[in-house]
Design a protein around this ligand. Structure first.
Ligand code: NI
Length: 393
């Protein structure tokens, strides 16, 4: 086949995966409601004769390529869910579903993974092992990775890889870094119980609003006074509810928020300190406090050897690499990394807005780039893991 023929086939394929991304973009579905999305992925995979492997998942789908030759199993994962956001991009292929949008680019991740499955299918005979494709539901609610693991779809996998699009990196650049990359995202609800009274007679009650104000102020001392200066953490109180009338001191105040940390030790320290500060300050003001945790994903912590392997794959695919700045957002890919070595990378998409913004966009030229990168990465990983590189990995 001439290189012109090859290039024109490549272009046809690129157009196909851009169309796939646009279709997904027009019909976004929220976490654990990705029924149509799952059906669409299934039919696109079936078109290329890619084998679907059945696992007990209500939404999301698992497929495999390879296995003709002896070798390890590696997994490539894409998240498939959207967000409850009203799209404001004005694009011709904007969301057709009111109040729902692929505002985090998971449509891009999904289209690129389908493209990678097609590319690996084309060289299936040469693959030294098996590539498992995980189309994961419910990333936005940090539930999907656990659902995939519980379904058994991670069993036998030696290494797992995934990406997130990165609006502030140019197309053709991939951010690769061993160690921490994204934060543990823990949520909290604090209930401060006081005693209601007439607003003019505060001495007859125990004011939960004053207690909440002191708690919120004292929480600021955890990052500034308890966390080591070379480590990092974020504590944000994002909701505060109390009271019903201007002349009544209520009996309760409720505050919600989130804690972000990049290290399990720091995470443990901050969560412990949080409870001490909340309970101690509330008690000092005569009220009582109860902390409820909304468990988020642990930090994304990349395997160093897999990061090196990805550098080699990026070079082979002709991509630039950078050491990315870690993101304080959470990502449930971290849950897989607690089970098997994993690598999460940032793919440059030259977007105009950050993740979750109603005008979030990305440059679709990043789709063929991602397909090239993950195809090389899969081939490299199978070779290295299969040739005794497994111990180091
Ligand atoms: Ni996302």
């Amino acid at each position: 086949m001439s290189s012109e023929q090859l290039a024109s086939i490549q272009e046809t394929d690129d157009a196909k995966f851009i169309q796939i991304r646009r279709h997904l973009h027009q019909y976004p579905e929220l976490s654990n409601e990705e029924f149509e999305t799952t059906q669409a992925i299934r039919s696109w995979l079936a078109e290329a004769g890619i084998r679907i492997v059945d696992y007990p998942l209500a939404t999301g789908i698992i497929a495999e390529v390879g296995g003709r030759r002896e070798g390890p199993i590696i997994a490539l994962r894409a998240d498939i869910d959207a967000l409850p956001v009203q799209e404001e991009t004005g694009l011709p292929y904007a969301s057709k579903i009111p109040g729902k949008m692929h505002a985090c680019g998971h449509d891009f991740h999904t289209a690129a993974l389908i493209g990678t499955a097609y590319a690996l299918k084309a060289i299936e005979e040469e693959l030294e092992g098996t590539v498992r494709f995980i189309f994961q539901p419910a990333e936005e609610r940090a539930k999907g990775a656990r659902q995939v693991i519980d379904s058994g779809a991670l069993t036998g996998v030696r290494a797992i890889f995934a990406m997130h699009n990165k609006p502030d990196l140019p197309v053709g650049t991939v951010g690769i870094k061993g160690g921490p990359l994204m934060a543990a995202a823990d949520g909290f609800t604090v209930e401060i119980e006081g005693k209601g009274s007439h607003a003019a007679v505060p001495d007859a009650g125990l004011d939960p609003i004053v207690a909440a104000a002191h708690v919120i102020t004292a929480l600021q001392s955890i990052v500034s006074r308890n966390v080591n200066a070379l480590q990092s953490a974020v504590i944000s109180v994002t909701k505060l509810h109390s009271g019903t009338a201007w002349n009544v001191i209520p009996d309760k105040a409720v505050l919600d928020g989130t804690i972000r940390t990049f290290d399990e030790q720091v995470r443990k320290q901050v969560l412990e300190r949080f409870t001490q500060v909340v309970e101690g300050v509330a008690a000092a003001l005569g009220t009582s406090a109860k902390v409820d945790w909304i468990g988020g994903p642990p930090p994304v912590h990349n395997d160093e050897a897999l990061a090196q392997l990805a550098q080699d794959a990026a070079a082979a695919a002709g991509l630039q690499t950078v050491v990315p700045v870690p993101s304080p957002a959470g990502e449930d890919f971290a849950v897989y990394q607690q089970e098997v070595p994993g690598l999460f990378v940032f793919m440059g998409t030259a977007g105009t807005q950050e993740w979750h913004h109603p005008a979030f966009t990305l440059d679709e030229a990043a789709i063929p780039v991602s397909i090239r990168f993950f195809t090389e990465l899969a081939v490299h990983a199978l070779k290295q893991l299969g040739h005794g590189g497994g111990e180091q990995l």
